[in-house]
Design a protein around this ligand. Structure first.
Ligand SMILES: Cc1cc2nc3c(=O)[nH]c(=O)nc-3n(C[C@H](O)[C@H](O)[C@H](O)COP(=O)(O)O)c2cc1C
Length: 161
């Protein structure tokens, strides 16, 4: 049976909640491992058949810890995971496109196949206080993460990717 991996980083909780929601939905279809970016190693990606990457946008880029995961794993995996399906969720205050573009370029380098458009969840936090505050994703955001996890799980289970 195919196995699915979700790698995430979250500073204030939103991306973690999205990753958990996607994992719970994916597990209705197939085994799904959820790993924090600092715990994920190249062997974890090799051992799974498809990926969901979930991270916040920080300063118009991927959060530092998520970028560190890609920096650490990029060359050990180059040429070894080509063609595997992936998708991404970016949590952002008001934008998210910079991080999504950056992640897509990394995935293109690995020759992964994007099977769903990036899901950008905006918390609309603008002031320093709101940006730094712990986040609780609203039900519609959680539902979109759930839908994405279910779609990825079903696609991988049926072998359509
Ligand atoms: C240092 C820092 C930089 C940020 N930069 C951006 C940004 O460039 N664009 C944006 O839309 N949101 C930005 N945000 C807001 C976060 O992306 C947003 O709060 C997101 O929901 C955080 O996800 P998390 O709770 O998983 O950490 C920034 C937040 C922090 C702490």
């Amino acid at each position: 049976m195919a196995e699915f991996l979700i790698v995430y980083h979250s500073r204030t909780g939103a991306s973690h909640q999205a990753a958990e929601a996607a994992a719970e939905a994916a597990r209705t279809h197939l085994p799904c491992t959820l790993l924090r970016a600092d715990q994920a190693a190249p062997e974890d990606l090799l051992a799974h058949d498809g990926y969901l990457f979930v991270a916040p946008e920080n300063l118009a880029s991927l959060s530092g810890l998520m970028k560190e995961f890609f920096d650490r794993c990029y060359y050990p995996l180059l040429g070894r995971i080509e063609g595997r399906p992936y998708a991404q969720v970016i949590c952002a205050g008001s934008d998210g496109h910079g991080a999504a573009r950056q992640l897509a370029r990394i995935a293109t380098g690995w020759r992964l196949r994007e099977v769903q458009a990036p899901l950008i969840l905006r918390t609309e936090a603008q002031s320093p206080e709101r940006i730094l505050a712990p986040k609780q994703l609203p039900p519609d955001h959680l539902a979109r993460a759930t839908e994405l996890g279910a779609a990825l799980g079903a696609g991988l289970e049926m072998g359509v990717f």
